[in-house]
Design a protein around this ligand. Structure first.
Ligand SMILES: Nc1ncnc2c1ncn2[C@@H]1O[C@H](COP(=O)(O)OP(=O)(O)O)[C@@H](O)[C@H]1O
Ligand SMILES: [Mg+2]
Length: 280
C-alpha cells in the first residue's frame, strides 16, 4: 500500500488578531540585529552561505530547519560565541543597533551581556540560586552595594517567572532545581545583566511539556521588552511563539518572513516541503 502524502501544513497557526492589527497599524518593530552576507566556516567546511537576516526588537524570531542546516551556527554569530570555537571563521557583517559586532573595538564579553544566550541543556553553575544570578551583575560591576545586588537578583528571578518558586531557598544549589526551573534560572541569569537580545538554542528540548509551556509563556512576556531569537526543531513551537520565522536548509537561508505567512503561504517550494513534513 502506498503511503499517503500529507500536503496540509503539519502546523496549525493560530491567527491571533492583536490590538495593533485591529487598529490598522502595522506591527512593525525596529530592526535590532541584522546579518549581512554572513558566511561561516569550520576549518575548510562551510556551514553558512551568504545569510542576510534581520532580527526585530521586541518580538520573537524563530530559526527553523532540519538538523545540521546552520541554525545554531547563525545564532552563535549574533553574540560571537563562534569566536570560542577553534577553527571557526565568520565573514560578512552582524550589526547590533547598526554597529558591526565583529568590529575590532567590540569587547565580546560586553557584547554577550547585551546579547545573552540560553542553551539547550540548562547549565546553572554549581552554586546557589542567588549566586547564579548575582554572578553576572557582579563581574560587570552593575551593583553598587549588597542591597543593589539583592534587588537585581530578585528582579531577574521575577522576570524569569521563578521567584515565587525559589524565594525561600535562594541559598540552595541551582543544580537541585527541576529541569524547567533550571532553565528559567538560566534565563534569569541572562536577564540579570540587562541584555537587549536573548538567544535561545532549543531551550525546551530537554524539558517536559509543562515546563515547555511555562518557558513559551515566559517568552511571550519577555518579548515585550527584549528581542528574542529562538532555534527550535519544533515547527509547532515556532508557530506558537514567534512573529517572524526564518527557514534554513543546508547552510542557506531559504525563506524568512511573517510566521503566519511562512507556515500558511510559503514562497519557496523547499519551505513548503519542510512544513508539510516531506523532509526534516
Ligand atoms: N564546532 C563545530 N565544528 C565543526 N563543524 C561544526 C561545528 N558546529 C557545527 N558544525 C557543522 O556545521 C553545520 C551546521 O551545524 P549547526 O549550526 O549546529 O546546525 P543546526 O543547529 O541547524 O542543527 C553542520 O554540518 C555541523 O556539522
Ligand atoms: Mg543546533
Amino acid at each position: 500500500m502506498e503511503a499517503k502524502v500529507e500536503t496540509r501544513p503539519v502546523v496549525q497557526v493560530q491567527t491571533q488578531v492583536s490590538e495593533e492589527a485591529k487598529s490598522g497599524k502595522p506591527e512593525e518593530h525596529e530592526v535590532k540585529m541584522s546579518g549581512r552576507g554572513v558566511n561561516v566556516f569550520y576549518g575548510e567546511k562551510q556551514a553558512l552561505y551568504d545569510v542576510s537576516l534581520d532580527v526585530r526588537d521586541r518580538s520573537v524570531t524563530a530559526l527553523i530547519g532540519p538538523s545540521g542546516c546552520g541554525k545554531s551556527t547563525f545564532l552563535r554569530c549574533l553574540n560571537r560565541m563562534n569566536d570560542v570555537i577553534e577553527g571557526c571563521r565568520v565573514t560578512g557583517e552582524i550589526d547590533l543597533d547598526g554597529e558591526n559586532v565583529y568590529a575590532s573595538q567590540v569587547d565580546p564579553v560586553q557584547l554577550r551581556a547585551r546579547v545573552g544566550m540560553v542553551f539547550q541543556k540548562p547549565n546553572p553553575f554549581p552554586k546557589s540560586i542567588f549566586e547564579n544570578v548575582a554572578y553576572g551583575p557582579r563581574i560587570h560591576g552593575l551593583a553598587a552595594s549588597k542591597t543593589d545586588l539583592e534587588e537585581i537578583v530578585v528582579t531577574s528571578l521575577h522576570k524569569a517567572g521563578l521567584f515565587e518558586e525559589v524565594k525561600d531557598r535562594l541559598n540552595e544549589s541551582g543544580t537541585g532545581l527541576s529541569g524547567g526551573q533550571q532553565q528559567r534560572l538560566c534565563i534569569a541569569r541572562a536577564i540579570s545583566v540587562n541584555p537587549e537580545v536573548i538567544l535561545m538554542d532549543e531551550p525546551c528540548s530537554a524539558l517536559d511539556p509543562i515546563a515547555t509551556a511555562r518557558i513559551e509563556q515566559l517568552m511571550e512576556e519577555l518579548k515585550q521588552n527584549y528581542s528574542i531569537v529562538i532555534v527550535t526543531h519544533s515547527m509547532q513551537q515556532a508557530a506558537r511563539v514567534s512573529q517572524r520565522t526564518a527557514f534554513f536548509h543546508m547552510g542557506y537561508l531559504i525563506e524568512e518572513g511573517d510566521t503566519t505567512e511562512v507556515f500558511t503561504n510559503p514562497k519557496r517550494e523547499k519551505t513548503q516541503d519542510y512544513i508539510t513534513g516531506r523532509f526534516g
